[in-house]
Write a protein that binds this ligand. Structure first.
Ligand code: 5GP
Length: 197
């Protein structure tokens, strides 16, 4: 996705330890026009997948997730990282290790929002080791629903998440793929969605 690729190049800031900061358009301030295009792209990629719900994780997955859900005309659910006091009903719980925060969180989704047989599109802002995506996929499967695909805004292809998810049988579509952040330089990988479209 050329627009996104350009935004990453213009505004992405490389931090140490392979972390990319994109707080001007995705992780703090959000660019609604870019998010609309991201949503359209996910909807195009998964148009034939029979998606009934989009599932993401708070908070940075919500913007791309809601735009994908809007375009696919289905609801968005976001997994919570902290137990809500109002979440009194039955919940699915999975442990997810956070790459950027280096702590484990229990992520939760209310059982009433995923029914058996649903086809769920998982969306997230970044893919690194795949922890968040695997945790969300386990919740979908606990519910007796199926993961129709995983849509990622920025994949860091130098980390193993994408390979592990594909090996586990999931369809992964990343809108941009980063090959390396070494020496503070953002190098893109071939084979991202933008190469095909
Ligand atoms: P994973 O679970 O695949 O190891 O990491 C993905 C999650 O960690 C995403 O939900 C995202 O919030 C966060 N993350 C991983 N790498 C980065 C990064 O380089 N930059 C930012 N801003 N978030 C990241």
């Amino acid at each position: 996705m050329e627009l996104l690729r350009q935004k990453v190049l213009d505004e992405g800031i490389v931090l140490g330890q392979g972390v990319l900061k994109v707080d001007s358009f995705l992780n703090h301030q959000m660019d609604p026009f870019l998010m609309r295009e991201v949503g359209r792209e996910f909807a195009r990629l998964f148009a034939e997948s029979g998606i009934t719900k989009v599932l993401t994780i708070e908070s940075s997955g919500i913007a791309p997730g809601i735009m994908a859900a809007l375009e696919l005309e289905v609801p968005l659910i976001f997994a919570r990282k902290h137990k809500s006091l109002t979440l009194t009903e039955d919940i699915y719980v999975e442990k997810v290790y956070s790459f950027t925060k280096q702590v484990s969180n229990d992520i939760t989704v209310s059982k009433k929002f995923i029914a058996p047989g649903e086809r769920v599109l998982i969306v997230d802002d970044f893919l690194a080791n795949g922890e968040a995506a695997f945790g969300l996929a386990r919740i979908v499967e606990q519910a007796g629903a199926s993961v129709a695909g995983i849509g990622i805004v920025i994949e860091k292809a130098f980390q193993p998440g994408s390979r592990l998810l594909k090996e586990a049988g999931y369809r992964v579509e990343s809108l941009v793929r980063i090959a390396s952040l070494e020496d503070g330089v953002i190098a893109f990988a071939e084979g991202g969605e933008e190469a095909a479209g």
